[in-house]
Design a protein around this ligand. Structure first.
Ligand SMILES: *Cc1c(COP(=O)(O)O)cnc(C)c1O
Length: 231
């Protein structure tokens, strides 16, 4: 199937699921500028990238297309200046040091960087993400920071083959999101669900799915978990 066919099939399926309000983030890591351009021609605006250098060169090459770029990879302090400079959204904020660094890196000429807090919902070891207990303080820090706008939560639940377990993780995240909304009523984004499980995530209340493989086809990779988190 061609990229255009997969895109049409996915957007049709989203419409069928009654998910017209669910945004599709096309995860384009390791994919070429030409493939991104092809999706942009079909109407796709939002693209997710994990690897900073690779992303920046695509963002620069495609600047005249006015796309919306989301950083979804592992975030470290030394990447924050470039993420703040080149991206529209950052979905992987999980500690206060990063909040401050992103805020410093965003210039006053730019619109605020849109922030999602990455949440480690299943306690999987070695994975990025704040614990649910850490979220209220972290959310307050983002809300206070100049140049940043808090929009909601993102999570990457453990890719368990047990679909019930995944649904439970999505449901738990939706609960945490509801709680956070009591303190920050303006948040509107719950980013959960990838190629293998977006239907389940939508059923549990996702407002943004991040889809790579089901759109672009398989990526070349030897190590899947590294690929999933970004480095
Ligand atoms: C790679 C990646 C995705 C997309 O994964 P697919 O299984 O290819 O759809 C989504 N979210 C994050 C954070 C990723 O790193």
């Amino acid at each position: 199937m061609s990229l255009a066919q997969r895109y049409t099939e996915l957007t049709d399926q989203l419409a069928e699921l009654g998910s017209g309000d669910v945004r599709l983030l096309a995860v384009s890591k390791k994919k070429s500028g030409a493939e991104i351009g092809e999706l942009a021609d079909l109407g796709q605006r939002a693209f997710g990238e994990n690897y900073l250098q690779e992303a920046v060169s695509k963002i620069q090459a495609l600047a005249d297309r006015h796309l919306e770029w989301h950083f979804i990879g592992r975030l470290q302090s030394n990447k924050c200046a470039d993420v703040a400079r080149y991206f529209d959204w950052c979905q992987s904020v999980d500690r206060e040091r990063l909040v401050n660094a992103l805020s410093r890196g965003r210039s006053e000429q730019q619109s605020p960087l849109q922030i999602l807090l990455q949440t480690n919902i299943d306690g999987e070891v070695g994975k990025g993400g704040a614990t649910p207990e850490q979220l209220p303080e972290l959310a307050d820090a983002v809300a206070r920071a100049p140049g940043l706008e808090l929009r909601g939560l993102m999570a990457i639940p453990e890719p368990s083959p047990d679909l019930d377990q995944r649904a439970a993780a999505f449901r738990a995240l939706a609960d945490v999101y509801k709680q956070l909304r009591k303190q920050h009523a303006q948040i509107d984004t719950l980013s959960m669900g990838m190629s293998a499980d977006y239907a389940s995530a939508i059923a549990q209340g996702s407002t943004m799915i991040r889809v790579g493989t089901a759109l672009f086809g398989a990526r070349d990779t030897l190590n899947n978990s590294r690929d999933r988190d970004g480095v």
